[in-house]
Design a protein around this ligand. Structure first.
Ligand SMILES: Nc1ncnc2c1ncn2[C@@H]1O[C@H](COP(=O)(O)OP(=O)(O)OP(=O)(O)O)[C@@H](O)[C@H]1O
Length: 314
């Protein structure tokens, strides 16, 4: 079948006078990871909860596996896994027992013991949900979402608050789901998570899509030269020694340092010679460029350029 896993067209969601989602359109392919990336309050959870059938839209059209998430909820339930941002498990339920119960509702579940092991939860199998750490609760919730071998899973902020090891385990599981042909839709405000995991990134701000594409399409596979100095430098003078199309991406004071980002319009231009020209100019003007490096443009940079604001929480 060729239909998208999820199709959202002109979605609108209001809470009283707040418009949380205002005309949002995107689609997510089967067998691919789609990330909804945006800052807090961008409308990601509202969107995903409408797709899950938990909330009703005030406008627009949503199809999940070709069906209506509210009218066809019964048909979708066994085919779709949901990991909410929090909750979903009774506080007194023991982790292992709850997961086995969830598995029993499905015709061909994953072995709950293996899933617990994979997510580092084996030693917590007999612990009631309320006694699990926040990270363990999240991983149990993820296990519940995938135990029934769904065709599509929604993961709302799956790694928020996880330690690096648990985050890796979650990322590995998402990659394995994708390899098994599952469509994964996740929300995140971590650009690294979106970049590392996703085939398709939908950048959302104030309830609407501001850009979308593969991580490489969005960042343009661009590189930039960054460095910092103790005193301000004449960036225009530096630019005059660089090839046409070079530009100062940013020049700003950060504490008692001055930080510079130099880029090019044509990604091919930023090679070894470009870097040598920067360092030669620094040498000729007596500037010590500290923390000098060539880095790839990130989704964070893209978001900043598009909205003038930072993606990360302050
Ligand atoms: N139940 C609700 N009642 C009133 N306002 C709400 C409700 N849920 C969300 N909002 C508001 O709608 C906007 C979008 O919220 P939403 O949770 O969808 O964004 P988000 O991108 O998922 O943010 P976060 O990363 O913080 O979860 C915010 O301004 C939020 O305060």
């Amino acid at each position: 079948m060729d239909t998208a896993a999820v199709e959202v067209v002109d979605l609108v969601k209001r809470y009283g006078t707040t418009t949380a989602v205002s005309g949002l359109t995107f689609s997510a392919r089967r067998g691919a990871v789609t990330a909804l990336l945006g800052p807090n309050g961008a409308g990601k959870t509202s969107t995903i909860e409408i797709c899950e059938g938990f909330r009703r839209a005030d406008g627009g059209r949503v199809r999940v596996l070709g069906l209506d998430p509210v009218a066809d909820a019964g048909a979708l339930k066994p085919r779709v896994g949901v990991m909410p941002q929090s909750g979903g498990v009774p506080t007194g339920a023991r982790a292992g027992e709850w997961l086995r119960l969830m598995a029993s509702f499905h015709a061909r579940p994953v072995d709950p013991g293996l899933l617990l092991e994979r997510l580092g939860l084996t030693s917590a199998a007999r612990t009631p949900f309320r006694r699990l750490s926040g990270g363990q609760q999240q991983r149990l919730s993820l296990a519940c979402a995938v135990v029934g071998r769904p065709e599509l899973v929604f993961l709302d902020e799956p790694t928020a608050g996880l330690d690096p090891q648990a985050r890796m385990a979650t990322w590995d599981l998402v990659s394995a789901l994708r390899a098994a042909g599952v469509a994964v839709i996740l929300t995140t405000h971590h650009m690294e998570e979106a970049e590392r995991l996703s085939d398709h990134v939908v950048i959302i701000d104030r309830g609407a899509v501001v850009a979308e594409g593969t991580p490489a399409e969005l960042t343009g596979s661009r590189r930039e030269v960054c460095f910092s100095t103790a005193a301000p430098v004449d960036a225009d003078a530096l630019l005059s020694t660089l090839p046409p199309g070079s530009r100062v991406g940013s020049a700003r004071a950060a504490g008692d340092r001055h930080e510079y980002v130099i880029g090019t319009e044509d990604p091919e231009q930023l090679g070894p010679e470009f870097l040598a020209t920067v360092t030669a100019w620094c040498a000729s003007t007596g500037v010590l460029a500290e923390d000098l490096r060539v880095r790839r443009r990130t989704l964070e940079d893209v978001f900043l350029e598009l909205t003038g604001r930072e993606l990360r929480e302050s």
